[in-house]
Design a protein around this ligand. Sequence first.
Ligand SMILES: Nc1nc2c(c(=O)[nH]1)N[C@H]1C(S)=C(S)[C@@H](COP(=O)(O)OP(=O)(O)OC[C@H]3O[C@@H](n4cnc5c(=O)[nH]c(N)nc54)[C@H](O)[C@@H]3O)O[C@H]1N2
Ligand SMILES: Nc1nc2c(c(=O)[nH]1)N[C@H]1C(S)=C(S)[C@@H](COP(=O)(O)OP(=O)(O)OC[C@H]3O[C@@H](n4cnc5c(=O)[nH]c(N)nc54)[C@H](O)[C@@H]3O)O[C@H]1N2
Ligand SMILES: [Mo]
Length: 808
Amino acid sequence: MTNHWIDMANADVVMVCGSNVVENHPIASRWLQKARERGAVILSVDPRYTRTSSFADHYCRLRSGTDIAFVGGMIRYALENNRIHSEYVTNYTNASFIISPDFEFHEGLFSGYDQEARSYDKSSWAYECDASGAPLRDETLAHERCVFQLLKKHFDRYDLRTVCSITGAPEDAYEKICDLYTSSGQADKAGTWLYAMGATQSTHGAQNIRTYAMLQLLLGNIGVVGGGVNALRGESNVQGSTDMALLFHILPGYLKNPNASDQSLEQYLKRCTPVSNDPQSANWWGNTPKYMVSLLKAWFGEHATPENNFAFDWLPKHSVNNSYIPLFEAMHKGDVQGLILFGQNPAVSGPHAGREREALSRLKWMIAVDLFETETAGFWKRPGVNAKDIDTEVFLLPAAASVEKEGSITNSGRWAQWRYKAVEPPGEARPDLWVLDSLCRAVRKEYQAGGVFPEPIIHLHWDYALEGDPHHEPDPHKVAREVNGYFTRKTTVKGKTFAKGDQVPSFAYLTDDGATCSGNWLYCNAYTGPEQSDNRMARRGKDDAPNNIGLFPEWSWCWPVNRRILYNRASVDLEGRPWNPQRFVIRWNPVKSSWEGDVPDGGWPPGAKHPFIMQPDGHGQLWARFLADGPLPEHYEPFESPIVNPMSRSQNNPAVKIWREKPGDKSPFGDREKFPIVATTYRMTEHWLGGALTRNTPWLAELVPNVFAEIGTGLAEEHGISNGDKIIVESARGQIEVYALVSSRIPSFKLEGRTVHQAGLVWHFGYQGIAKGDSANMLTPNVGDANTMIPEFKAFLCQIKKAERSPA
Ligand SMILES: Nc1nc2c(c(=O)[nH]1)N[C@H]1C(S)=C(S)[C@@H](COP(=O)(O)OP(=O)(O)OC[C@H]3O[C@@H](n4cnc5c(=O)[nH]c(N)nc54)[C@H](O)[C@@H]3O)O[C@H]1N2
Ligand SMILES: Nc1nc2c(c(=O)[nH]1)N[C@H]1C(S)=C(S)[C@@H](COP(=O)(O)OP(=O)(O)OC[C@H]3O[C@@H](n4cnc5c(=O)[nH]c(N)nc54)[C@H](O)[C@@H]3O)O[C@H]1N2
Ligand SMILES: [Mo]
């Protein structure tokens, strides 16, 4: 989230598009109720009429996978009806930047496309620069090659008729949504955009979010109270795990992963440290050397020295895509020997789960660290296989649950909150930290006896044991202190002298000479002293000072440096006056020559620096030069789609990687003749993801004991299906048997002159636990987004029929 949960209450217009917040984040939804009490309008855009839709003031349906068309049309509406916040757009976004004359766009393809490689050469998407390398700008926004004009031309194609014919949205409901949402473009009004998996789980997921962000920039809704682009994240600590680099392509704090071209630290830093010659650009990533060297010091301690490039050579240099889908494809091919899973249940939660279950069978060994024996831990005894045919050696290590251990979790609003152990874990269950610590120490012992390339393991700075504990129990406070970072020797930074071992007060004091360590620069400021009382994540102050807008700056701690609303320098004009003086995030006090309110995005006086400090050019990116699939979002159909793309001859996202492209391979996709129904998968309050936690809880298992598919009354009638009948749902990848929930909440669409039906599937079920049922992921495709590789769980094709035998 650019903003945070409580801030949703400050919005004038709330758009829930790509999420079902009332169902999946029910407690947080209280802030939407507060917004309504203040007079806010709440909008719900979803292929299904959900709990959020019934809570909202206005609902509009769209076909799954068509957000770019839907929101692209809203962008056109905002421009046509002059709803944009012009001063903000001109000063704070890259609207005025001029693009290379080589840029072109035809038939859904941007210039630089290589058909064979299914990827783009992005050089023609660059800014046009003067002789000194500074981008050329036209602040009148009139130049035909400025971002504003290119964007206008691009979205002019998304007129009402076209948008509604693609999305299936009724024209009147759509226009109402456009009118209400763009009313937040007035300087003192704010609109918040809430999204989650409805938007991301698509082959154009990153561009879906970009379309939302672009509209928010045009309306001046980023950085302000009650605004923002807000991902309602899922697992309680998914924000924290991303920050700590659970993803394959980043290091902690979103530092770039070294790749094979980085032969030295110097080369890596040259490639990854952006430069700007604009004195108004803060160019925050210019600090990369300080953050990277401090990270290496945290990992390798005294063994990271200037002489050995701070042990840079010990980091893996990765050049292949190791995201989820390729990893399972590699496993399926037999290229992976072993797998350790900490709290993950891919046999239920992975795309094309039948194939993933097969992939697990090709491992030599697998370790599952979990609270339960999940479908994954028990994959070798799943229905339809003979355990004797599977050679994988499987270990199940019992894990302590969240309330059985101490540590921090970071919520969607970036608030890191410390939690305490409430009860002892049962039996031999242990915290994940204990498992990791034991594993690392055991592996290190092996390497001490010899091995290939032992340095990265034996020289790890690994010292987390509780002082004086004979069982070597790891101490989460020690980990948290190292994540914050400390001084490795006596040193003076910015005129302040620190002793060896002092905690670094904030990332402004990190250095690139080895005098500081920090496991994650973004968390530097979270744990600022030696005592547990210096753990700022454990703070519980209830004061809403200084501006009573729900920032609660003394409750827990939030990255970066306790700044509650990101890009908040965009909430004021060039003189530091808030767009909304009644509810300001920050404002400049000319008498004191200082900022008031939230921690500003840099303390410079107003107008001194551009507000989007993480971008080398300092501006909000209406034009994105570095995404895999284009500088502007364009509508493409999902990989399995019921219609021919009316926008262009590019049916699907041209930059998406397709697995099994070898000639002769069976296509993993189904066609609309055989599979005419649009399927989508979703969650419900009563169950949790792969279901291990909830299907093993008797009360919840009783509330929703069986898997079901929601189908519309028209579709049910066509197939002679009644509510509660068992039906077979089939896709190109498999079939499952589920109960039919016949309802008018799931609409059909008129597309290409025909009726296209939808089926909504809950995906929480599997073959283990108290409540059992078929997994919806037996049907989903393993194709992912061009930038992130997140699977297209939300839009694929299926067929249904009544099951032969009816349930008892
Ligand atoms: N009780 C409960 N709460 C949960 C979870 C749970 O399993 N159970 N899971 C947690 C996790 S990990 C996550 S990530 C979050 C996810 O939270 P959400 O994203 O809210 O979850 P979903 O229900 O998967 O999808 C949201 C909505 O997107 C709609 N949708 C489908 N396709 C499209 C589309 O193309 N465009 C748009 N605009 N909408 C579409 C679906 O109909 C659905 O109503 O929830 C978290 N909260
Ligand atoms: N079709 C379809 N598939 C989807 C999605 C969708 O919308 N549609 N959503 C996707 C999303 S957003 C997500 S987040 C994934 C989730 O997919 P998974 O991560 O596979 O789902 P969970 O069921 O949360 O699995 C977590 C496991 O962790 C265990 N666990 C709980 N607490 C702890 C702990 O403290 N330590 C350890 N070691 N284990 C613990 C639980 O018992 C559970 O078995 O699924 C994805 N799959
Ligand atoms: Mo999630």
